[in-house]
Design a protein around this ligand. Structure first.
Ligand code: FMN
Length: 194
């Protein structure tokens, strides 16, 4: 049976050739659980920064809304939409943190401004004035005149797919949907009505 990770790689490569920007952007859905036990979905865009048999990797602030939600409920869904190709891919499954060493390696590849921003941004928490953030950025620039280390509160996650769905536009809303789920010794594919 075809490997859905290989199919995803082919679709992403197509998107890299056709999309005007951020072909690796996807919506990340998490579960926002309140103290009283009620749960609401939450969703925002992130950039996919690697994928393989282990899952789909992205990076963020661990103390952000999504970081706290994933710590409480380690399950997520991703949705890619490549407008020019009229394709969608949905991935869902449990989420695991990446190893600190792996996060260090990725953080080291980021531009310096992004590294300083990771330190200066208390992501998702209230900011009284834009100038406060700008002062923090300057302070971090002075604190780390050389290499910028990875903040302990910034790292990555992998969504381990328990389901990957490929959707392609067809005329007359007669779209084509195929879903792959892990089975005994491989992936099991099936079709879905559009
Ligand atoms: C195209 C795009 C890509 C983004 N990529 C990331 C990302 O990789 N990591 C991240 O933390 N935020 C990313 N953001 C910002 C998030 O959408 C979001 O505003 C931020 O992470 C805070 O989300 P939260 O409050 O739900 O935690 C991106 C936004 C856009 C529009």
């Amino acid at each position: 049976m075809e490997d859905p990770i290989a199919r995803f790689a082919a679709w992403l490569a197509d998107a890299e050739a056709s999309e005007p920007n951020d072909p690796n952007a996807c919506a990340l859905a998490t579960v926002d659980q309140a103290a009283d036990g009620s749960a609401c979905p939450d969703v925002r865009m992130v950039l996919l920064k690697g994928f393989d048999d282990r899952g789909f990797r992205f990076f963020t602030n661990l103390e952000s809304a999504k970081g706290r939600q994933l710590a409480a409920v380690p399950h997520a869904a991703l949705c890619f939409h490549w407008k020019t190709r009229r394709r969608q891919v949905r991935v869902a499954g449990p989420v695991v943190p990446v190893d600190p060493g792996e996060a260090d390696l990725y953080f080291a590849t980021r531009p310096r401004a992004s590294q300083l921003s990771a330190w200066a941004s208390a992501q998702s928490r209230p900011l009284a004035l834009r100038a406060i953030f700008e002062r923090e950025l300057e302070a971090m620039d002075r604190r780390y005149p050389g290499a910028v280390p990875r903040p302990p509160f910034w790292s990555g996650f992998r969504v381990v797919p328990s389901r990957i769905e490929f959707w392609e536009d067809r005329a007359g809303r007669q779209h084509h949907r195929e879903v792959a789920v892990p089975g005994d010794g491989g992936w099991r594919w099936s079709l879905l009505y559009p």
